[in-house]
Design a binder for this molecule. Structure first.
Ligand code: OAD
Length: 275
């Protein structure tokens, strides 16, 4: 396929044409900013907040490093406790992904986000590849035993480090999110071959700098249009004929997209928003 014009309108024409039946989304923390969850690398993002705070770690990324967590899990829990306490609502971009599924043109949503907002938006589990895991479950870093969700939340929200309850263990409990130094879930690796059958790749709200997630973008066929929707340009997308970067706020872009596609898209997205 070829985009008729190399802009958002070209993308919407392609979607509206009915020829685009397998859309893959690659998403990152930028799509959850409007829900009140900071991203990582922007001004006001997690790494920026940490640099300006009194949380003492050698480098902000260390809190997501397994070896560091095993020595000192406190900074990690100081930073993520907010995510356990708050009630976050999916954004318009999350609902757009759901709408693609309702339209039966979503092949899969590959996300780096761990907050589960895609699922909350209604995206089916089997279409969702949470490449960096999820905050939904947790286990001990010493003996691998699971900890009850309620106990996990209770500990984190009250400012404590959750501790394994298995007799004699007392290891630190960590959510099942992928830290630097850990391998990605099996589901990520098993789904890679399906990227060969994609009609359109939309990369949204991610700086696309963390491997191996970032490499997925190169797995789609060279003829497949790759569209970045981000408020900053993303390195690595632009070298192929059908590459396109749409720079702006993702929710605003989504509003535009549904309007340009026409039909009932806008009304259907509005309906999902009101649900
Ligand atoms: P980043 O913080 O690296 O990138 C988020 C991107 O979204 C940035 O380019 C922002 O400019 C952009 N952005 C923010 N708000 C936006 C908005 N409203 N509309 C459009 N764009 C917006 O977050 P990720 O790419 O998700 O890994 O980070 C990838 C991984 O790095 C995370 O999963 C995490 C982190 O280390 C682990 O913890 C393993």
């Amino acid at each position: 396929p070829r985009l008729a014009t190399k802009d958002l309108e070209g993308v919407t024409q392609y979607i509206a044409s009915g020829r685009c039946k397998n859309i893959v989304i690659m998403s990152g923390a930028g799509i959850s900013r409007a829900a009140g969850i900071p991203d990582f690398r922007s001004e006001g993002g997690l790494y920026d907040i940490m640099r300006k705070s009194n949380i003492s770690v050698p480098r902000p990324q260390d809190i997501f490093t397994l070896s560091y967590f095993k020595k000192n899990p406190n900074p990690f829990y100081q930073v993520v406790s907010q995510l356990y306490g708050g009630a976050y609502r999916p954004t318009l971009t999350h609902l757009f992904i759901r709408l693609l599924e309702k339209k039966r043109i979503l092949n899969a949503c590959w996300t780096q986000n761990v907050g589960d907002l895609e699922r909350l938006a209604g995206v089916s589990s089997w279409r969702l590849i949470q490449a960096h895991g999820s905050l939904d479950t947790q286990r001990c870093t010493t003996c691998n035993s699971k900890l009850d969700d309620r106990k996990m939340k209770q500990a984190v929200v009250s400012g404590e480090v959750p501790i394994c309850e298995k007799r004699g263990c007392k290891g630190f409990v960590k959510p099942d999110i992928v830290f630097f130094g850990e391998t990605l879930p099996l589901r990520f690796w098993l789904n890679l071959p399906f990227l060969k059958r994609v009609d359109l790749l939309i990369i949204v709200g991610t700086s696309l700098v963390v491997p191996p997630f970032a490499f997925i973008a190169d797995r789609v066929p060279t003829s497949c249009p790759r569209v970045v929707v981000n408020n900053k340009s993303v390195w690595g997308i632009g070298g192929r004929e059908n590459d396109l970067q749409c720079i702006g706020d993702c929710d605003e872009m989504v509003r535009w997209l549904v309007q340009l596609i026409g039909g009932y898209w806008k009304a259907q997205l509005d309906a999902l928003w009101k649900e």
